[in-house]
Design a protein around this ligand. Structure first.
Ligand SMILES: [Fe+2]
Length: 197
């Protein structure tokens, strides 16, 4: 875990990105904030002043890369860039009760939302509630309790980069492993960040 990631990453347009996100998180309740952040995210992806650090373009062989680019000392949010090699993806997972806005910076990602139908102890029954292939410049959001999804780079040969803004640093979540039919087993998961390459 990296407790002081902010000093690690400097990149062109960082101040502009932070100013835009700072403004958006003042929008009001979580619906207003995530809507403002989706708009801000789409603008920033197309903004020629903002260039994410070079290392963000470098995938890591055995897991999708999570690099925390910024953590707001005053507003508490966390900005994480993820790099997805061809075929890399997540299991069904939650977001630890935190809202999140996610945008595709480069490449294309398959995002599938899941609806929780029922719980039985450590098992949950989910149904895929819709999926999309999201390309550069698109952004979506998750607001608990509707916080379950998978993300996958289905391209055979191209990496994908996504930018995630969380209400607060997300260092853990719950993943759900399929055990048959629509049933999944809950598995606690620690989320690590990767250093600058
Ligand atoms: Fe997620």
């Amino acid at each position: 875990m990296n407790d002081a990631p902010d000093s690690t990453f400097t990149f062109p347009g960082k101040d502009k990105l932070v100013a835009v996100v700072d403004e958006a998180v003042r929008a009001g309740d979580e619906h207003a904030v995530t809507a403002a952040l989706r708009n801000a995210m789409c603008r920033m992806i197309r903004d020629h002043d903002v260039h994410l650090p070079h290392c963000v373009h470098e995938p890591i062989a055995d897991h999708y890369a999570r690099r925390e680019l910024y953590r707001s000392p005053t507003r508490g949010y966390s900005v994480v860039a993820m790099t997805w090699a061809p075929g890399q993806g997540t299991p069904v997972h939650d977001h630890a009760g935190l809202w999140c806005v996610e945008g595709v910076w480069d490449g294309e990602l398959e995002i599938v939302q899941y609806e929780l139908l029922e719980r039985d102890g450590d098992r949950c029954r989910f149904r895929a509630a819709g999926g999309m292939h999201a390309g550069p410049g698109s952004a979506g959001s998750l607001i608990p309790p509707h916080e379950f999804h998978t993300i996958r780079n289905t391209s055979p040969d191209a990496i994908a980069i996504s930018l995630h803004i969380y209400k607060a640093p997300m260092d853990h979540c719950t993943a759900f492993q399929p055990v048959g039919g629509e049933w999944y087993q809950r598995v606690a998961k620690t989320l690590c960040t990767d250093e600058a390459a």
